[in-house]
Unconditional design. Sequence first.
Length: 332
Amino acid sequence: MSSSKELLTTLDGIADLPVFVIGDLILDQYIWGKVDRISPEAPVPVVHVRRTEDRLGGAGNAVRNLRSLGARVELCGILGDDDEGRRLINLFLESGIGHDSVFVDSAQPTSLKTRVIAHSQQVVRIDREDLDQWPLATSQLFLDTVRERALKAKVVVVSDYGKGTITESCLKLLADMRESGELTAPVVVDPHPANYDHYSNITVAKPNRHEAEKASGLDIRDKASAIKAAQVLLERWSADMMLITLGEDGLVIVPKGASEGVHLETMAQEVYDVSGAGDTVTALFSAALGVGASPEIAGHLANIGAGIVVSEVGTVSIDIDKLRDKISELST
């Protein structure tokens, strides 16, 4: 285990780190209510609404985590010309998220996920989205913006939710920039099946267990099989490192060419909701790499952070004070 001092020093270094995040933007709407009877019309609960809340979803959740860590974030994505898109822009403003690189396109609606929650339990989730590729995502203007912003960052995060923002041309641009030496910052990809055939020449990919199984064609049953799947994906995606999150089994980090990897047991004590935990891992791991931390230290930070957020309901960003307290507890 990395020392508390190393972890805290890395965490302190993240303040004001320039991070560029490109990905799918989603509005997460939460409807909080109370259930005390079943509907006479159908065997479903009747939810009496107490309050509603908007949160940043998709790539926005990774960005919100990075801002909570003190990083200076520039976000690139596409919104619809609709009320949901405007609500997201208000959330960017409230959180101090740089969004000059966020485009508005009337071709499709902003993705919306509505979760109805009663007594700390999710009753139903309703999705409104159009999974066609955004026309703007392949435009030269969009690609030029990605290039310009990536070159100004210390770490680049690709948050792919398969909603059409991350395209083959975008991924090729980043791969070519790395190949030529133009882009020296780490490129961390949170992958989605829609682009499994297009990831190439990246620093780190961070699939979860299901994604890693689907992409590698291997069942992950234990540490050994997780490492084997990681080795397959390192080759397939020409990556320098693979980080596979395994839910209650923690995570593994496998560098290119390694016969073994680092396995970290989960830090979660109680699990209420795993929504968004992967974004917390992506944010912490990416930011730690951006300040020059070793993969092991970055992995420990990410693992601790994920253990904190899964103990809360809904997609929440990491609380840096809770993270500091948890790290300090490790030395006692």
